[in-house]
Design a protein around this ligand. Structure first.
Ligand SMILES: *Cc1c(COP(=O)(O)O)cnc(C)c1O
Length: 399
């Protein structure tokens, strides 16, 4: 997954362009910029790559989610449905705008279970937020049908799945809004950064305003601009956008490498008795950033993961007991450990988490192992790795 493996002349050139002009901010200072608008350029290129009308670059993936939610008019007391398996940014962004995170089960896709989503809808629900974890996607047709019939916004978190697609549409471009992270460990990186894409002109305009204190960006005197809405500062710097532009030049190459490496490992693991791969919804194409599979039992997954580590197969994850990605590790959320006060609707919802039945999520998470696919491996390294994984896991299943 990590684009940082392939840093080189492309990133250096764009960063130097910015340093030579000395204008590290994306707005203003037109006469001094030497014609460089790196953030704008990234937005144009990325929107085109995603087949989307608009892109707004921001300071992180978490900021992208926050901006997207705000842009869609979601706010205090509104409920947003999100999965139990994700990154903490999902509930952080929802709570940042005063909305209420409602956690529901995942299914064999390792993403939102449409049936669980339907069951969680109340009169306060405004948005469904599928998270395309580890390079593959939720059943977007099913989720869209639910959103359409309940008048809800579909917001895709595609932070881990940039470059994947569903029925010919790039992930992130299918919903009303889509979000990406360009943090240091993502498929393409700005160092820190994030993006929101949409085909909705009004959302695009509001995203542009919200991420820059509500500035309407009309005219050429920043100090004299209007501020039609309250906003915040989620701007990206030109330096970060410049790194991202370098990465964009290598985007297709990165995805192709991931696919090659993924395919070699998948072929080897398909020989292991009882190992099954995560379900990819019909019409879906992964971005191949992870190879995720199920062991026959939870115990075999737990021990198999440990044995992979002992055999020096690095970067394989057993998320079930990992503190950042699964509800099992979110004591701070379950105990509503904010540094200050939280609004009553958020507190009331969080207090239900400790006793909720997430056994359906546990069923899939408990048996899942996900292995990161790196870009920099040589062909021999991947083949050796695949053979080791196959041997270790087959021995484990036989034990
Ligand atoms: C990385 C990530 C985020 C947040 O991105 P940051 O840029 O680190 O803030 C959000 N959601 C998912 C699924 C992620 O993997």
């Amino acid at each position: 997954m990590p684009g940082f493996e392939v840093f080189g002349a492309e990133e250096r050139k764009h960063v130097n362009d910015v340093l030579e002009s000395g204008i590290l901010m994306r707005y203003g200072f037109d006469p001094m910029r030497n014609g460089h608008y790196k953030a704008q350029e990234f937005e144009t290129q990325f929107a085109q790559k995603m087949g989307s009308d608009y892109c707004q670059l921001v300071s992180s993936g978490t900021a992208a989610l926050t901006v997207a939610l705000a842009t869609a008019g979601i706010g205090a007391g509104d409920e947003v449905i999100m999965p139990t398996f994700t990154f903490v940014a999902s509930f952080e962004s929802i709570m940042a705008i005063g909305a209420v995170p409602v956690l529901v089960d995942i299914d064999d896709t390792l993403t939102l279970d449409p049936k669980a989503v339907e069951a969680a809808i109340t009169s306060k629900t405004r948005c469904v937020m599928p998270v395309h974890m580890c390079g593959s996607m939720a059943n977007l047709d099913a989720l869209k049908a639910i959103c359409d019939s309940n008048d809800l916004i579909l917001l895709e978190d595609a932070c881990q799945a940039v470059g994947g697609s569903y029925k010919g549409v790039m992930l992130g471009a299918y919903g009303d809004l889509g979000c990406f992270s360009f943090d240091f460990v993502k498929t393409i990186t700005c160092g820190e950064g994030g993006g929101v894409i949409t085909n909705n002109e009004q959302y695009a305009k509001r995203a542009d305003q919200f991420q820059d204190h509500g500035h309407d960006h009309v005219g050429s005197d920043r100090g004299a601009e209007g501020h039609p809405f309250l906003g915040y500062n989620y701007r990206i710097s030109e330096l970060h956008a410049a790194v991202g532009l370098g990465q964009l030049e290598k985007f297709d190459q990165i995805i192709n490498r991931q696919k090659e490496h993924y395919s070699i490992m998948r072929e080897a693991l398909s020989q292991v008795d009882g190992v099954n791969f995560r379900t990819v919804p019909e019409g879906g194409v992964e971005n191949y950033s992870f190879l995720s599979f199920y062991m026959p039992t939870q115990q075999l997954a737990q021990e198999g993961h440990q044995k992979l580590g002992e055999a020096e197969v690095d970067a394989c994850f057993y998320w079930y007991s990992n503190s950042w990605h699964y509800i099992n590790g979110w004591e701070h959320l379950k105990n509503a450990k904010a540094m200050g006060g939280l609004n009553e609707s958020i507190k009331a919802q969080l207090s239900t988490l400790a006793n909720k039945d997430f056994s359906k999520s546990d069923h899939w998470m408990g048996r899942n192992i996900s292995c990161l696919v790196k870009v920099g491996w040589t062909d021999d390294q991947v083949k050796e790795r695949a053979a080791t994984m196959q041997r270790v896991l087959q021995t484990q299943v036989n034990s």
